[in-house]
Design a protein around this ligand. Structure first.
Ligand code: GUN
Length: 284
């Protein structure tokens, strides 16, 4: 079974698009997402373009702010402060990574917690790990949605997450744990990685290494979620962390790249923007 993130994302976005005119009527304006991109990284440019397109598709106001690679940390922080103070902006997102001369932690901390649609602010991360109300980071949230949609029972399962980034690996592990899976976080220094991954009922690969998950690393019938987005140097096309064709033969459920996790990340970003907008409008 192949889980189409694309189809599920379409459904989620259609549900939001239906609500927006009612909200505009009630609150006088549509939700507004502001996305900042510093520099010209081609992958980031494409992500930011898709986020803007999705926002417009659901009926939000979308502002994309492109700043040159030479932008100083002070200039970026000033732009964030301006958006934080702008009462007509509900969500602020800075596309990561930022250029090396800018301190990423300072940027993440600068975004007002109540406009943090990515859920990356330390206060939000603390709330997540303490099971307090918070914004769920978009990619792990989207993956849980896909598992639910596919009818995968998470409780009691062995889940293995490869990767320990703040964006995907760590919050993914936490969300699986909260659904009563038993979770192992593996990474580039894990010894006998294949031995660990073969124990997984649910395997999430989030490392950014082309086709690193081979068929011998997957237990028969496992659920395999591919978060990787890599450029295949031979074909020039996008491909995941999972050797898709070979693992398809072993797994019971798998997500494709492209068309799997990526669209779900953006659909959840639209949901998070709606959440921040509603909190804002209801004065929470
Ligand atoms: N870079 C890769 N993934 C993400 C994401 O979810 N949000 C932001 N802001 N940057 C990213």
């Amino acid at each position: 079974m192949i889980i189409s993130g694309k189809d599920l994302a379409k459904k989620i976005k259609a549900d939001i698009a239906e609500k927006v005119p009612v909200l505009v009527e009630k609150y006088g304006r549509a939700p507004h997402l502001a996305v900042i991109l510093v520099g010209e990284d081609p992958a980031s440019q494409s992500y930011v373009k898709s986020k803007g397109k999705d926002a417009e598709q659901v009926g939000y106001k979308s502002t994309t702010i492109r700043m040159p690679e030479s932008t100083s940390e002070e200039e970026l922080l000033a732009k964030i402060a301006e958006l934080n103070a702008d009462d007509t902006v509900d969500g602020v997102l800075v596309q990561l990574p930022v250029p090396k001369h800018i301190d990423e932690d300072r940027v993440i901390e600068a975004i007002s917690n109540d406009k943090d649609v990515d859920g990356f602010h330390p206060a939000n991360v603390a709330s997540l790990w303490q099971k307090r109300p918070c914004v769920y980071p978009c990619t792990p949230k989207g993956i849980i949605r896909m598992l639910d949609e596919a009818g995968v029972d998470i409780a009691g399962k062995e889940a293995v997450v490869i990767g320990r980034s703040n964006i995907v690996g760590l919050p993914m592990a936490k969300l699986l744990l909260d659904r009563n899976a038993t979770v192992t976080v593996a990474h580039s220094r894990t010894k006998n990685l294949a031995e660990v991954t073969r124990r997984a009922d649910i395997l999430v690969a989030a490392v950014g290494k082309l086709r690193m998950v081979t068929a011998d690393m997957v237990a028969p019938g496992a659920v395999v979620i591919d978060v990787g987005v890599n450029r295949d140097p031979e074909t020039g096309k996008l491909a995941g962390d999972v050797d898709y064709d070979a693992v398809c033969e072993v797994a019971s459920v798998i997500t494709p790249v492209p068309g799997g996790v990526g669209p779900m990340t953006r659909a959840c970003l639209m949901e998070n923007t709606l959440e921040c907008y509603l909190n804002h409008m209801q004065g929470k």
